[in-house]
Unconditional design. Structure first.
Length: 394
């Protein structure tokens, strides 16, 4: 056998044609020449593709797709949603800085805000995400460097008034970071509403098939993008090329998936609102939603998302029985897949709280959370009806 490497892609590309789908560049390193070294040295290694923790064409293809969905200048793929959030906040904050953050955030983000950032010397002030006056007061009093919140909260399914909070941030020379995971760029493009950075778990609706953990940071500020990229390199939060391919593959159908899931969620919300056994339906598209009107129109001008909350009569005991009887919806944590996922906050995302704390946080007993997939409204409504009637009707 001849010595040397068997495969030299740059040299043996004999085909006149090119693949429609980006190849999975499952390679850690890239063969270099004098031009590459000059590029690496000239850009601190940020531009030339030379090592896959810095950049990789398959990962770049996924990033370009996220940026396109947001109409943004730049996206960076990360190993998970938490890598996107942690890397962004550590890039923007220094010891001695203050962060004003929503009280209602994802559980692991809450840990980051209550344990890890304070340990790095960051003061974290929490406010009610849906109270614009509270954001205003906290910013005036604490002069933060960064404001942080989620477009659509879990499991209240309330909307943050992004234009108002962005205005407050910019009036004080601070930046607004928004977690847009639940809303998705199909319903909300936070950068267009004034946010400075969008962080997302691509694990959920973006990739959309419950088969890959990934995240993304999206922004228009090129200099800040390089700052975040530098931390991804030093903290090692890069996405693997194989995972990036799955994320890219999932995003090819993002628009049609979201259109169908949002439409189905709205129909299921309407049908279940009149159903015996259901006390209340939470969906941002409903007129009885607390953010209906100006906030919903600004933050979700079109479809109102694929997340739905049903408050069942009979409390947490009953909701658990209903959950166990569902045959179409799958009892699982997470969201955003092609299959409808059902969960109850009291035993999963919010189990550490007491019933009273949950009530104070807007999580009533009997709340069932649905991430609506692609089974269609008939199958989902029939499934909910059979589960509710099997556990004692109304
Ligand atoms: C899932 C989720 C995250 C974390 O994403 P991972 O990909 O699991 O790291 C962050 N924010 C929200 C709102 C989420 O739903």
């Amino acid at each position: 056998m001849a010595p040397g490497n068997a495969y030299r892609p740059g040299r043996d590309h004999t085909s006149r044609t090119y693949p429609v789908v980006p190849p999975i560049y499952q390679t850690t390193t890239f063969e270099l020449d004098d031009t590459s070294y000059a590029d690496i040295q000239g850009t601190g290694g940020l531009r030339e593709t030379w090592y896959s923790r810095f950049s990789n064409p398959t990962v770049d293809a996924a990033a370009a797709e996220v940026a396109r969905l947001h109409g943004a200048a730049r996206s960076l793929m990360t190993a998970s949603g938490m890598a996107a959030i942690a890397t962004t906040l550590v890039t923007l904050l220094r010891s001695g800085d203050t962060l004003v953050a929503a009280r209602q955030v994802y559980g692991d983000t809450d840990d980051l805000l209550t344990r890890d950032l304070p340990a790095l010397g960051v003061t974290v002030i929490r406010v009610d995400a849906f109270d614009t006056a509270a954001w205003e007061r906290a910013v005036a009093e604490h002069r933060p460097a960064v404001l942080y919140g989620e477009t659509l909260s879990n499991p209240q399914l309330r909307l943050m008034d992004i234009p108002a909070v962005a205005g407050i941030a910019h009036g004080a020379g601070a930046r607004l970071v928004v977690d847009n995971t639940f809303a998705t760029p199909f319903c909300t493009r936070p950068l267009a509403l004034g946010a400075d950075v969008v962080v997302e778990s691509a694990t959920k609706f973006l990739a959309g098939h419950s088969d890959v953990v990934a995240g993304a940071v999206t922004l228009d500020d090129g200099a800040l993008a390089e700052e975040v990229q530098r931390r991804l390199i030093t903290f090692g939060g890069c996405l693997d090329p194989h995972a990036a391919f799955l994320a890219w593959r999932g995003m090819r159908t993002f628009g049609v998936r979201l259109a169908e899931s949002c439409r189905t969620a709205e129909v299921v919300a309407t049908k279940m609102a009149d159903e015996p056994g259901i006390e209340h339906v939470r969906y941002p598209g409903r007129l009885d939603h607390p953010d209906a009107g100006a906030v919903a129109d600004a933050v979700m001008p079109g479809p109102k998302g694929a997340m739905l909350g049903l408050v069942l009569a009979g409390g947490d005991e009953r909701v658990l029985q209903v959950l166990r009887r569902l045959e179409v919806a799958v009892e699982a944590t997470s969201l955003g897949g092609v299959e409808t996922l059902a969960s109850v906050p009291f035993n999963s995302s919010h189990f550490t709280m007491t019933p009273q704390q949950r009530l104070d946080a807007g999580i009533p007993p009997g709340l069932l959370r649905l991430s609506v997939g692609l089974e269609g409204e008939e199958a989902l409504v029939a499934d909910l009806r059979q589960a509710i009637s099997a556990t004692g009707g109304s």
